[in-house]
Every structure is written in structure tokens, then in C-alpha cells.
Design a binder for this molecule. Structure first.
Ligand SMILES: C[S@@+](CC[C@H](N)C(=O)[O-])C[C@H]1O[C@@H](n2cnc3c(N)ncnc32)[C@H](O)[C@@H]1O
Length: 217
């Protein structure tokens, strides 16, 4: 049975990333860590394509189900674990409840993916560089790192140190030669569809970076 995420469906660029990871890894079952996985918008599409996924989030309800309240009222949340079970991927998806800055996996991955998580207010004890370093440390030599990063378009993000303007990302990768940056694009503001926690259509401004960890790093 195919299930769906309360955050909607991934953009087409995500499926192209999965193809790149599979080609780069050259194995039948590539491995991927999804940091800030919520209810699995990015996890299930990877599992359906044969990936082994390590998925972590601090939000227990999005992982294991329950009820969330947002301005639209109470929203029942099936949760990632139930989606994984309903689709029969219990052997290929490992779910971890925790903070990805505190709980480190015991292995590295063909791809590490994080979307819209670094700028969360719970991460303000860390600098952005500490977080990107830590996320990048989970990538295998020769593997891929993909980050959807938030730009400070909305007032609440302006001045937040974990949500800098686009040049920060250029500088970060320039000063980390272990990364071969495949692309780093700051996009214009886009209209994102209503989703859990933000139940009206809204504008965000995103950037996307894909980088390969130099083999031998
Ligand atoms: C914008 S949501 C994105 C969910 C999913 N990536 C998507 O786009 O549908 C970001 C998720 O990151 C999680 N998150 C933020 N900081 C985290 C941390 N330090 N450790 C684990 N999860 C974190 C939040 O709980 C939230 O579920």
C-alpha cells in the first residue's frame, strides 16, 4: 500500500538526486541518511527505489504518530513508522528519535540528505558551520551530500545566524576543499503548498547544494 507524507510529495529534483546517488554508489542497495526526516516525505521514495535509509528526527509525533495542533486545529499524524510498516520497508528503514547533532550513526552513507532542518530554532546552540561539518561527516568518501537550505526571506529568519544569505554557502564550501561542489543554487522565493505545521500556502526562499566528498578524504 502506497502512503503519503503530510508535507506533500518531493520535488522532481529529489528523484534525480536518487538516480545520481545510485549511479555514484554503483551498488544494488545504496545507503542514505535523512536528517530531519519528519514523516518520511524523502524516506519512502528512497526505500521504494531499493535504498537502505537511516532516518532521524527530534519530533516523536512525526516519527511514531499522534496528533499535532496547528492553526487549522488538531491534525492526526500517522507517522513515519506506520508508513514504513504499511509499505513493508521495516528491513530497509531504520528510524531514530533524536537530535542529529547528538546522536551520530555508527557508519557513513552513500548520501546524506537534509531539507529545511538546519534553520530550526532548536538548533541555535550550534553554529551553521558546526552543523554542516557534522552532517558532512556522515558521508562516505566519494559519497554525496545534499542540503536544502533556507534563505532569510521571511522576517522571522532575518538575522538568524543559522539562516544566512547565499554567500555564506559559497564561502563555506570554498573553505572546505574536501568537497567537490556539483551545484549550489540560491533560488528566487517560491510558493510552497500548505503542509503540517504551516497550514496555508506560503513563500519560502530555498537554496540547494550537492557536493561529493573527495575519495580519500
Ligand atoms: C521542515 S521539516 C522538513 C521535513 C521534511 N524534510 C520535509 O521537507 O518534508 C524539518 C524537520 O527537521 C527536524 N529537525 C530539525 N532539527 C533537528 C535536529 N537537530 N535533529 C533531528 N531533527 C531535526 C524537525 O523536527 C522537522 O521534522
Amino acid at each position: 500500500m502506497k502512503t503519503s507524507s503530510l508535507w506533500g510529495a518531493p520535488p522532481s529534483r529529489y528523484y534525480s538526486l536518487l538516480r545520481k546517488v545510485a549511479a555514484n554508489a554503483g551498488v544494488e542497495h545504496p545507503t542514505m541518511a535523512v536528517l530531519g526526516c519528519a514523516d518520511g516525505k524523502f524516506v519512502l521514495p528512497a526505500a521504494r527505489r531499493g535504498f537502505k535509509v537511516w532516518a532521524i528526527d527530534i519530533d516523536e509525533v512525526t516519527l511514531f504518530g499522534g496528533v499535532k495542533k496547528d492553526t487549522s486545529g488538531e491534525v492526526p499524524v500517522p507517522g513515519l513508522a506506520n508508513r514504513v510498516k504499511a509499505e513493508g520497508f521495516e528491513d530497509s528503514v531504520e528510524i531514530v528519535h533524536g537530535d542529529f547533532m547528538a546522536v551520530r550513526p555508527d557508519r557513513t552513507f552513500d548520501c546524506v540528505f537534509t531539507s529545511g532542518a538546519l534553520q530550526y530554532s532548536n538548533n541555535l546552540d550550534h553554529t551553521l558551520a558546526e552543523m554542516v561539518d557534522a552532517v558532512g561527516d556522515c558521508v562516505k568518501p566519494g559519497g554525496l551530500l545534499y542540503i536544502d537550505y533556507m534563505l532569510p526571506y521571511e522576517e522571522k529568519y532575518q538575522g538568524r545566524p543559522t539562516c544566512p544569505e547565499a554567500p555564506w554557502w559559497q564561502e563555506y564550501f570554498k573553505s572546505r576543499p574536501r568537497w567537490d561542489v556539483k551545484y549550489n543554487r540560491a533560488m528566487p522565493p517560491t510558493l510552497d503548498k500548505a503542509h503540517l505545521d504551516y497550514p496555508v500556502d506560503h513563500y519560502h526562499q530555498w537554496g540547494h547544494v550537492l557536493a561529493r566528498l573527495t575519495p580519500g578524504s
